[in-house]
Design a protein around this ligand. Structure first.
Ligand code: UN1
Length: 513
């Protein structure tokens, strides 16, 4: 879809307008049965008054039911051929394409994401389906034959582990939710999906499309609810075979602790927060820096774990960059996410606004405010938060990840680059990093010495592309492996080696052929 094309814009507006007329519902689904539960109304974060649908929260008893059905379904699903599972994922991708505007409408109205973000997000979900389908065929369809001594044959097989619990965030309510589930399914696992409470309408629709694509009802279950209730009960269950989690570092820690209790030893695949920095030296191109810093810090209202939080500017170039940055921020269009011209929509909730305000109050007393974008009266009714920039002195003034459109700037002297690198590493996070420089030796030094999962040189630091830029961090930013990368599915599987003595009486040479 080319959004610059007028004709396409008109068709999209029409389709979105129709999709937005509806009131949506999401309910727990176990074995295809739609369950009831406590009802919660979802309001549009762009105005806080538009009731966009109802979510029925899963009862705790649904957890046991989902586990027992998924557990029974697991052996058959794991023994299906990988290409059969891949074909279902490809059918799901086709359905997502067909239902693109319905998905976008939910992402915009429930998640407050802009039209451009919503379209990119649907594309990303489709990419995950197609990419993991290819990876499943490549790594799971045919066992690897390994060398051995004469008279023996060895075969390595990748097999689904059992029941995976997928717990997803609200900031990519369709793409990350879909990506986790389809990876676990492609690797041969059954799935119980727990969406973010704030974006369960998006998630419920995704599950209905996956079922429609042919994912068996006993293989994929859906339990909307609170993390500290349903989420905790799910990860406490003895039948769990693994967890895929994207969200905050503190929740990942909590999940780890719960998993460590009891008899189980199961993997946690966690993608968590970041304290992402961009280092700009005096050889950088100012126009490019400003464009990339703005996109990285403020796109999606800064609500990406990949977003830029701290801009390190070499002293010589700092005044010019800050003047240009401030001017460029005057051009940002903050407003209704449904409009084509909107750059920045609301943040997810008024609670998120409040937390950001608290951070800015602290910054107002201990840092220098460089810029704050202006909001108008029309923003008052939604959870809009004005993008802003503060100059601070040290990275450790930021105690934790600030999940919104707040950018921090730190100046450094030319001879302090190694100290900058050391400080970034000392934050403990290691997700994304930006470098703006035209000096190869500087780029090489930084990329070799920083512990970051994804480094971007002379460009923005968001929007990792499935298959090209596998995404995920290290340290406090996550366990890896990288989503959308060639090693992701393997982590959802267990490896089994079968060795056969082919010279034994009765010879079993055919067994592994
Ligand atoms: C997240 O915000 O949780 O690179 C992940 C990006 C996205 C991933 C963000 N593909 O911005």
């Amino acid at each position: 879809i080319n959004l610059a094309d007028r004709e396409i814009q008109n068709r999209l507006i029409h389709a979105l307008g129709q999709a937005c007329q509806q009131s949506w519902q999401a309910a727990p689904i176990v074995n295809g049965d739609i369950l009831t539960g406590k009802q919660q109304t979802r309001l549009n974060p762009a105005n806080h008054r538009d009731a966009i649908g109802e979510v029925l929260l899963a009862d705790l008893s649904a957890v046991d039911r989902a586990f027992s059905i998924a557990h029974s379904a697991a052996p058959k699903w794991a023994n299906n051929s990988a290409s059969e599972r891949a074909a279902l994922l490809e059918r799901a991708a086709d359905l997502f394409e067909e239902k693109c505007t319905e998905l976008m409408a939910r992402i915009m109205r429930e998640g407050g994401r802009t039209l451009h973000d919503a379209l990119n997000e649907v594309r990303e979900a489709i990419d995950f389906c197609r990419y993991y389908a290819v990876q499943a065929r490549r790594h799971f369809e045919h066992p690897i034959v390994l060398p051995g001594i004469t008279g023996e044959m060895n075969q390595l097989r990748l097999v689904g582990r059992g029941v995976f619990v997928c717990i997803s965030p609200w900031n990519f309510p369709v793409a990350i939710f879909t990506g986790q589930i389809v990876a676990a399914l492609a690797a041969g696992n059954c799935v119980i999906a727990k969406p973010a409470a704030l974006t369960s309408l998006c998630a419920g629709y995704v599950v209905s499309l996956l079922h429609e694509a042919g994912i068996p009802k006993d293989v994929l279950h859906f339990l909307p609810g609170r993390g500290d209730e349903i989420g905790m009960k799910l990860v406490s269950d003895a039948r769990i075979a693994g967890v895929a989690f994207t969200g905050s570092t503190s929740t990942a820690r909590q999940i780890n602790q719960i998993l460590a209790q009891g008899e189980r030893i199961v993997p946690l695949i966690a993608e968590t927060g970041g304290q992402n920095c961009m280092i700009v030296d005096s050889s950088a191109l100012p126009e490019q820096v400003v464009k990339d810093a703005i996109a990285s810090a403020f796109n999606s209202a800064g609500q990406r774990c990949s977003a830029l939080r701290v801009l390190f500017l070499q002293q010589e170039i700092a005044p010019q960059i800050l003047t240009m940055l401030s001017g460029a921020m005057d051009e940002l269009c903050i407003g209704n996410p449904m409009n084509f011209t909107t750059d920045i929509g609301p943040v997810i909730s008024s609670a998120a606004c409040k937390e950001l305000r608290q951070h800015c109050d602290r910054m107002n007393s201990e840092a220098r405010q460089i810029k704050i974008a202006s909001l108008s009266q029309s923003h008052a009714e939604g959870s809009y938060f004005a993008p802003c920039v503060y100059e601070i002195e040290r990275l450790d003034q930021l105690k934790k990840e600030v999940f919104g459109p707040v950018l921090h700037v730190i100046r450094y002297q030319a001879d302090q680059l190694d100290k900058v690198v050391e400080d970034i590493n000392n934050s403990g996070y290691g997700l994304t990093l930006g470098i703006h420089s035209r000096i190869d030796a500087t780029i090489d030094y930084i990329t070799r010495h920083t512990h970051c999962g994804n480094s971007y040189v002379n460009r923005n630091i968001i929007g990792a592309v499935v298959g090209s830029q596998p995404f995920g961090g290290e340290g406090l930013s996550g366990t890896g492996p990288k989503a959308g990368g060639p090693h992701y599915l393997q982590r959802f599987a267990t490896e089994r080696v079968v060795t056969v003595n082919t010279t034994a009486v009765g010879g079993n040479a055919a067994l592994l052929s």
